[in-house]
Design a protein around this ligand. Structure first.
Ligand SMILES: O=C(O)CCC(=O)C(=O)O
Length: 270
């Protein structure tokens, strides 16, 4: 951990019972002003440096955009960036995940910077996260931290409230039209399909459950949209073995099928 940044990211952020209730009912919840200006600047610098370096697992989630990715995905910044590591190990967002899930322990599955730069960008299609994860049970969750002020047109998160109770659907291609998932749900679910955009200031975030349907529009503004996502494993999640699609972190998994999901890179934060 860096010496200079240790005062950042350590102060706890309170999570009220109302927020927990909201998360459990709706499958997502927002928190404002979770990071201060200095913390946001530190993480922006980490993301911008990672973009320059393009080391590790980096790809265009929306296909091969060549030099101008439509959705730039960079995994596990915490392994190479002091700021990203301090952010996770400082424990603030992990403790929030512990409160939301009621779990006494929280591990990180991975982090990811998701950047939609000005210019041609793509929608992140309606999808659930759980189909892409090696977990048998639902319950893992993500913290989507805005590092820029995000509006609908700059690609803020949108959710279908309560969809975390609709079960697990097939993984969706990020190169498609964006609305494929809507074709898979029941008539009743289609009627309940009312997207809720959550516009946020930089340093504010949403948490969402791995089964919650979510989406972001292409960034059509002239400013970047930088988000840092942390995915958490609470207690009670086991490894699904080869039942699920492969992931870049398969080699890190140390569990056998049916055992609690553990991996060399899935460090314990709480
Ligand atoms: O930021 C985006 O465009 C999509 C984010 C997302 O799908 C996620 O955090 O699970």
């Amino acid at each position: 951990m860096s010496d200079t940044k240790t005062s950042l990211f350590t102060a706890p952020y309170p999570v009220s019972d109302e927020k927990i209730e909201f998360y459990r009912t709706n499958g997502y919840v927002r928190f404002d002003d979770v990071l201060n200006h200095e913390e946001v600047e530190a993480l922006r610098a980490a993301v911008d440096r990672a973009k320059q370096r393009k080391a590790g697992f980096v790809r265009d989630l929306a296909g091969d955009g060549g030099g101008n990715p439509k959705i730039l995905q960079m995994l596990n910044l915490w392994e190479t960036n002091d700021e990203a590591r301090d952010y996770l190990q400082g424990g603030r967002v992990a403790q929030m995940a512990a409160r939301l899930t009621g779990s006494s322990e929280i591990r990180v599955y991975h982090d990811q910077a998701l950047v939609k730069d000005p210019g041609p960008s793509a929608a992140s299609p309606w999808h659930q996260d759980q189909p892409y994860w090696p977990s048998k049970e639902p319950g893992m969750l993500s913290c989507w931290m805005a590092l820029d002020d995000v509006t609908i047109d700059r690609g803020c998160m949108q959710f279908i409230a309560g969809s975390h109770l609709w079960g697990e659907f097939d993984p969706i291609s990020f190169e498609g039209s964006g609305s494929e998932l809507k074709d898979l749900v029941s008539e009743e679910q289609r009627e309940a399909w009312k997207p809720i955009p959550v516009e946020l200031k930089a340093g504010s975030c949403t948490f969402h459950h791995g089964l919650t349907f979510h989406y972001t529009k292409p960034n059509t503004t002239d400013k970047p949209r930088r988000a840092l996502v942390a995915i958490f494993i609470p207690n009670g999640i086991t490894y699904a073995g080869d039942e699920k699609m492969s992931s870049p972190f398969d080699a890190s998994i140390t569990s056998k099928k049916g055992e609690p999901l553990r991996g060399e890179k899935f460090i314990q934060l709480v």
